[in-house]
Design a protein around this ligand. Structure first.
Ligand code: PRX
Length: 644
């Protein structure tokens, strides 16, 4: 056992199978990944498994493949052609079931109309769609042509959409007339029109009819999908692309106001997701896999589209709100489609905990075999509730840690290899191929039970290719904190058994209901309000959402703090970023605590908002700012208590 090269100590060496595979992945990395890659269909085998010119990695160099071929074509050549690929349910209750052969014909038809619209290899296509089957079909159709899709979450505002479309310079935008959410129609086409007025690169818009609401169509620019489909061809040859050809660009928040366009490769990403979903979820062609995330986030990219379809599994896709029209909507879906694997977020679990168990008793959830959690740390109480009430004390829970940048799951139990004893709240161990460590500020490993920063010490196939159009930002954000190590931005700790526990972000990034938002992005939105001169945003811990947004704002000269100013600012932030940016609380102050060099001390604000000790203030420029903030916070808290 002495030769076992693990990046961590563990007493779980009896888990021979898992640790032997892990050891092999560390010692014979290239052979290990080559074996995994061989499980997919390549048009041309790679010449070299890895080309590592730090910090840029290229996987399966010289290999050629096509993501739509892997997710669709290869299944229609087998018995899977007639099995279900997608069970889709709309919020109003309409259902569509697509077999692999139907999915195949739709992907081809959609690819043909994209080609007709002039889309070719390397073009960027923006997708601003609700959770309808057309979204994965368009993603796969783009991939079929070698075009790069960028999905923009349909909850984002016109401005957020425009910023992302401008960054990728998309020439085509695909949207819908609207989408259903909580019984109402979200007017996506109207929002898209507002965005397109700001995006000169967009030449054409394709519109999917989902809700039937009337929308304005600009004759030379806007095209209905249904009209285009009339002339669609039934087959389009999948374009063989190089392994490192970008499959998609997906925006995520960082520490500056400008979101980062994370670029993913085709070969590395697919191999990584194919393998990790097999290990983590024991995903098989007979699985009925439901990930409740939106396709607009990385979880949806991997867990709704690419990994389950690469495996030939059936996915469940649901359009609407989790508790609409009744609180048991999700449990009804699990029962109706016989979901075997259910992957969701701690926020959703905590929300359902509050509704109680009676809603669950109406449903037979015995089809479930495995549960998963993602997006934020799961507290032991929620973990146990999930385990007992949803999983019937039968299903293991995989707490999966990963990021948009990692492309796939990095730290998680792997029951598809071997069941590790679970500890509620711990993501357990790094997966094979993942060289994770917890280090101190100097990059040295910390001792067990000491908090440190989570880093990854070697490349893995799902690693981002870079930040779109900005190699310098890529180097700075991920590789400059600790040279030679990928910086995740998360705090973590290993316990004495070697288990990893993720403790939250170490940078200026918030996790609101598992969604990532940068404080800088939110502050930019706040100060763009005409009556706000300066603003600082911090998070406050929230019993359901994990974190919530707290704004400290200085009104402009002549604007007095008032309820209507508060509402105006809140509405403005929703409009600029989207409903996820709605502040939980807004405090108006006349000064913000700053260091002598002018940096806002968010730590101080965070401590005030969370009722924690304020700590060292020696670098503070003006102590009265803190006094005022504490006072205004306390006054508002008192008002709130009185109202209760
Ligand atoms: O802070 C970690 C948290 O989510 C961040 C990544 O956010 P995003 O790129 O939006 O991707 C989310 C879904 C893959 C991480 O830096 N996070 C994600 N999963 C977990 C988690 N924190 C604790 N436990 C997890 N299982």
């Amino acid at each position: 056992m002495a030769s076992l090269s693990l990046p961590f100590e563990t007493k779980y060496l009896p888990l021979k199978k898992f640790f032997n595979i892990y050891r092999r992945s560390m010692e014979e990395t290239e052979e290990f990944w080559a074996e995994e890659a061989r499980q997919l269909d390549w048009f041309k085998t790679w010449d070299k498994v890895l080309e590592w010119e730090p910090p840029f990695a290229r996987w399966f160099v010289g290999g050629q493949l096509n993501a739509s071929y892997i997710c669709v074509d290869r299944h229609v050549k087998t018995w899977r052609r007639s099995k279900v690929a997608i069970y889709w349910e709309g919020e109003p209750g309409d259902v569509r079931v697509l077999s692999y052969s139907t999915l195949y014909s739709e992907v081809n038809r959609f690819a043909s109309l994209l080609r007709r619209a002039g889309v070719t290899k390397g073009d960027r296509v923006a997708l601003y769609l609700p959770m309808i089957p057309e979204l994965p079909i368009f993603m796969l159709a783009c991939a079929r042509l070698g075009a790069i899709h960028t999905v923009i979450f349909s909850g984002f505002s016109a401005q957020a959409l425009a910023d992302r479309v401008n960054d990728v310079q998309a020439k085509l935008l695909i949207t819908a007339d609207g989408g259903f959410r909580r019984g109402k129609v979200v007017p996506l086409k109207e929002i898209a029109d507002e965005a397109v007025a700001l995006t000169p690169s967009v030449e054409k818009t394709i519109v999917v009819k989902r809700t039937g609401i009337s929308v304005s169509m600009k004759p030379s620019r806007d095209l209905w999908l249904d009209d285009l489909l009339i002339k669609a061809a039934s087959f389009i040859e999948p374009e063989p692309v190089e392994s490192e050809h970008p499959l998609y660009i997906l925006y995520t928040s960082g520490t500056t106001g400008k979101p980062k366009g994370i670029v993913q490769s085709t070969g590395g990403y697919l191999v990584y997701n194919y393998s990790t979903y097999k290990w983590v979820f024991d995903l098989r062609e007979e699985s009925v896999y439901w990930c409740s995330a939106d396709v607009g986030w990385v979880t949806g990219h991997s867990s709704i589209v690419y990994a389950p379809l690469a495996h030939g599994a059936a996915i469940v896709m649901y359009e609407g709100a989790p508790d609409y029209p009744t609180i048991d909507r999700w449990w009804d879906i699990i029962e109706k489609y016989g979901v075997t694997i259910f992957y969701t977020s701690p926020t959703a679990i905590k929300m359902f905990m509050r509704y109680g168990e009676d809603w669950l008793k109406k449903h037979n959830l015995s089809s479930l075999e495995l549960l998963g959690s993602v997006g934020e740390a799961i507290n032991p109480e929620a973990w146990l509730w999930f385990y007992q009430n949803i999983g019937g004390e039968r299903c293991p829970i995989v707490d999966t840690w990963w990021q948009t940048e990692t492309g796939g799951i990095m730290i998680s139990p792997a029951p598809g290899i071997e069941c590790v004893p679970l500890k509620p709240g711990s993501a357990t161990f790094p997966l094979p191929g993942v060289d994770a460590a917890v280090v101190n500020e100097r990059g040295e490993p910390v001792a067990a039970e000491e908090r440190g920063l989570l880093v990854i010490k070697r490349p893995w196939p799902g690693m981002l290719l870079g930040i779109y159009g900005n190699p310098e930002r890529y180097k700075k954000a991920y590789w400059s904190t600790f040279p030679g190590m990928f910086y995740t931005g998360d705090y973590a700790v290993r316990d004495r058994d070697g288990y990893f526990w993720i403790l939250g972000r170490a940078d200026e990034v918030l996790k609101i209901a598992g969604h990532r938002m940068g404080t800088a992005e939110l502050e930019d939105a706040a100060v763009s309000y005409s009556q706000v001169a300066e603003a600082a945003v911090v998070s406050k811990s929230h019993p359901v959402k994990g974190e919530s947004i707290i704004v400290f704002a200085i009104p402009t000269e002549g604007s007095a703090p008032s309820v209507s100013l508060k509402k105006g600012l809140s509405d403005h932030m929703r409009r600029v970023v989207g409903p996820i940016a709605t502040p939980e609380e807004i405090y108006f102050v006349s000064k913000l605590p700053k260091t002598r060099s002018g940096k806002i001390m968010r730590r101080v604000l965070k401590a005030v908002a969370n009722d924690l000790p304020i700590g060292d203030l020696t670098t503070l420029e003006d102590e009265t700012s803190v006094e005022e903030i504490v006072r205004s916070y306390q006054e508002l808290e008192k008002e709130r208590e009185e109202k209760k």
